[in-house]
Design a protein around this ligand. Structure first.
Ligand SMILES: Cc1cc2nc3c(=O)[nH]c(=O)nc-3n(C[C@H](O)[C@H](O)[C@H](O)COP(=O)(O)OP(=O)(O)OC[C@H]3O[C@@H](n4cnc5c(N)ncnc54)[C@H](O)[C@@H]3O)c2cc1C
Length: 404
């Protein structure tokens, strides 16, 4: 019987192991952590955004994103739901087509996967870090801890370097390079922004629905609306994660990044001006901050007063047309410099990875080395926020497991 080694018991490795074992292969799953699926447990704030109703190739990125088409065709949302249901897991739909386990717990997903893998006889080897892969004739020799093991096929499902505390060490990139494959240098994606703007700390913890425009080298590149969270270090929230890939790439290319925030996106500039004009009738005896607190959170009101340098105005009723314009400008077009991203330590995924042009899209096997496969985030394919990354991990693991 063919012996298959799968390196990494994360999302892609677990599904790959199940599919390969279902074919009757002898499967060993190596995991360096003492538990499987540690990253899955951290997904969706512990709720695991498994997939999305709107899986589409346009939600994926990389040097050659169309490579993912075959994996996504073979494992679409319908197949994904049926697959997890067959393991005993029901799903529910959340906002924007996002799919979650009905239990609201990421641990249910991991429990179902590992139960199935073990039931099918997968040899799950924990605390087993693969240190080296050697190709000797038709065999793959894996150096694991102090021992060596021989296999007929090898699947690299080691993930990326995003959030290394969960097990991502980038070892897959090193294995790929040692075996002659090219790796597109990884950079963080779905990651928060660090800003050095003064007074930002004071607004930390405030969450608003905002319009966010991303500027790279002073050119507008992306525009989104969604949750924006001010933090002690800078900016977070889904709107920031959505534009972070392009910003992260800009930093790699040495370009300057700033954002322009619309803190009241549901009011036009004219509507806001007219609302503020009307509200002047309630401005008597009120500080500027208190008056602004009638329409925005208190901390944000302080921040706007500081940012517009209107601290000298003691009473809101004393606002002139010029000052009013300043306030409208700050609320609708607040420019903040972005110094960096929070880096790999905080990133949900990595852009870049093993160059997919050197693999066969039909089975994810190396074009050069027979029986060497890759699946999951180790590949140069990354998805948008919303279940797209886990979906690709399942889909690519499924394709490899069925092809190996
Ligand atoms: C905080 C956070 C939240 C996220 N939320 C979501 C979400 O809600 N929805 C979504 O779609 N995506 C989400 N993601 C992204 C998603 O988790 C990943 O894209 C996905 O887990 C990638 O699967 P993978 O199998 O490629 O890698 P992983 O799941 O990272 O698994 C790789 C495994 O390989 C092991 N390993 C690595 N090297 C070795 C080695 N040399 N020897 C042995 N074992 C090794 C690692 O320990 C790890 O267990 C989130 C990511 C993070 C960090």
């Amino acid at each position: 019987m063919s012996r298959v080694a799968i390196i990494g018991a994360g999302a892609s490795g677990l599904v790959c192991a199940i599919e390969a074992a279902r074919k009757g292969l002898h499967v060993t799953l190596f995991e360096k952590n003492s538990k499987v699926g540690r990253k899955i447990l951290a997904t969706g704030n512990g709720r695991c955004n498994i997939s999305n109703e709107k899986i589409n190739i346009t939600c994926y990125h990389g040097e050659s994103p169309s490579f993912a088409k075959e994996a996504l065709r073979r494992f679409d949302t319908f197949t994904c739901k049926a697959y997890f249901r067959s393991l005993g897991l029901e799903m529910r739909e959340g906002e924007e087509g996002r799919l979650y386990p009905m239990s609201h717990q990421a641990s249910s997903v991991v429990d179902m996967l590992i139960h199935e893998a073990r039931s099918l006889g997968v040899n799950v080897s924990l605390e087993s870090e693969v240190l080296k892969i050697e190709k000797k004739g038709a065999e793959f020799i894996l150096h694991v801890n102090e021992k060596t093991h021989a296999f007929d096929a090898c699947v690299i499902a080691t993930g990326s370097v995003a959030m290394p505390t969960l097990g991502s060490s980038g070892s897959g990139y090193a294995f790929a390079k040692a075996l002659g494959h090219s790796v597109i240098a990884p950079y963080p994606s779905l990651v928060q922004f660090v800003s050095d703007e003064p007074h930002l700390k004071e607004v930390s913890g405030v969450k608003v629905d905002a319009g966010v425009e991303l500027y790279i080298a002073n050119q507008k590149r992306q525009s989104v609306q969604g949750d924006l969270l001010f933090t002690a270090y800078g900016l977070s929230g889904s709107a920031i994660l959505d534009i972070s890939r392009a910003a992260s790439k800009a930093f790699v290319d040495g370009e300057a990044v700033h954002v322009v925030l619309d803190l009241l996106p549901n009011l036009s500039r004219e509507e806001l001006t007219s609302l503020l004009q009307k509200r002047l009738s309630f401005a008597k005896d009120k500080s500027l901050t208190l008056w602004l607190e009638g329409i925005i959170p208190k901390k944000l009101a302080h921040f706007i007063v500081e940012n517009t340098k209107l601290t000298h105005i003691k009473e809101a009723a004393a606002l002139g047309a010029k000052e009013m314009k300043k306030i409208v400008f700050a609320l609708k077009s607040l420019r903040l410099h972005v110094k960096a991203t929070k880096g790999f330590e905080s990133a949900e995924v990595c852009a870049g990875g093993v160059d997919v042009r050197e693999l066969d899209a039909k089975n994810l096997m190396s074009k050069e080395i027979k029986n060497l496969y890759f699946c999951g985030e180790v590949l140069d394919i990354d998805g948008d926020c919303g279940g797209f990354n886990l979906h690709f991990a399942w889909a690519s693991g499924y394709l490899v497991g069925q092809s190996v």
